[in-house]
Design a protein around this ligand. Structure first.
Ligand SMILES: [Zn+2]
Length: 255
């Protein structure tokens, strides 16, 4: 039996009965935590934070058996450190991007410390909230980097199979990125990628915003399709929050 403090971002909050909530938290020190918060909606609630996605909280958690991380823990107190929701939720593009980020990281982490993933997520949400870059580019940069941290770093310049310097015109997800003319037949299914799209993919992964933001709308859309397919290739199930990302992109196209 143990109570401990943890800084965490709320990834998911499901209603449980009238007043309780089941939370999926990404703890800075402990990785994924599933916990119940009781009495969230009572006026006398001891939660100074609104326990909703996109909120970073300083939480007190209680665990019956700290060694058994599959158990549901209990949030006994929580105060908000930062809430990104005010600057993200009202904006359709930012909200779509943020939802896809939260859903993706939920798939990538487990009950193990993941400090780099945590820092990447907080940085991306802060940047989205501040409107630093195109939200849909922010999402693609985030996806490439979070997948890289999870062990699936793609190559968008050198051939992923033989290391021949690029740029190359084809991508193989199975091989791990760009492939040269010689390697292409050996790696199975490949997709043709334009020079501009490959450059954008490279820039998003490298964090070169000057190059990324010079890309036109068609190139951004082509890169987004590839990033999405790359994410789906490695994640076990389809990500449902991408529906609102698609909707945001469609609305942008008709404007
Ligand atoms: Zn090659």
């Amino acid at each position: 039996m143990r109570t401990y403090g943890e800084e965490a971002v709320v990834l998911r909050a499901q209603q449980l009965g009238e007043a309780d909530r089941i939370l999926t938290l990404f703890g800075r020190e402990r990785g994924k935590i599933r916990a119940v918060a009781r009495g969230v909606r009572r006026t006398s609630s001891k939660f100074g934070a609104r326990l909703e996605p996109l909120t970073v909280i300083d939480a007190q958690l209680y665990s019956k058996d700290p060694k058994d991380r599959t158990r549901l823990e209990t949030v006994t107190q929580a105060v908000a450190i930062t809430s990104f929701s005010e600057r993200i939720v009202p904006d359709f593009e930012r909200y779509g991007a943020a939802s896809a980020m939260l859903e993706t990281v939920d798939e990538l982490i487990d009950a193990e410390p993941a400090p780099l993933q945590y820092a990447l997520l907080i940085g991306a949400l802060r940047s989205l909230a501040q409107g630093e870059h195109d939200p849909l580019l922010e999402l693609d940069a985030y996806l490439l980097r979070s997948l890289s941290l999870a062990g699936w770093q793609p190559s968008f310049n050198e051939c992923a199979r033989c290391g021949a310097p690029g740029p190359h015109g084809r991508i193989s997800f199975a091989a791990g990125g760009a492939v040269c003319e010689e390697c292409a037949p050996a790696v199975g299914a490949t997709r043709a990628v334009s020079v501009d799209t490959m450059r954008l993919l490279w820039a998003l992964l490298a964090g070169s915003w000057r190059v990324a933001e010079a890309a036109d709308a068609d190139t951004r859309a082509a890169a987004a399709r590839l990033v999405r397919a790359y994410a789906q290739f490695h994640l076990d199930r389809p990500l449902k929050s991408f529906g609102s990302v698609d909707e945001a992109r469609r609305l942008r196209d008709v404007r």
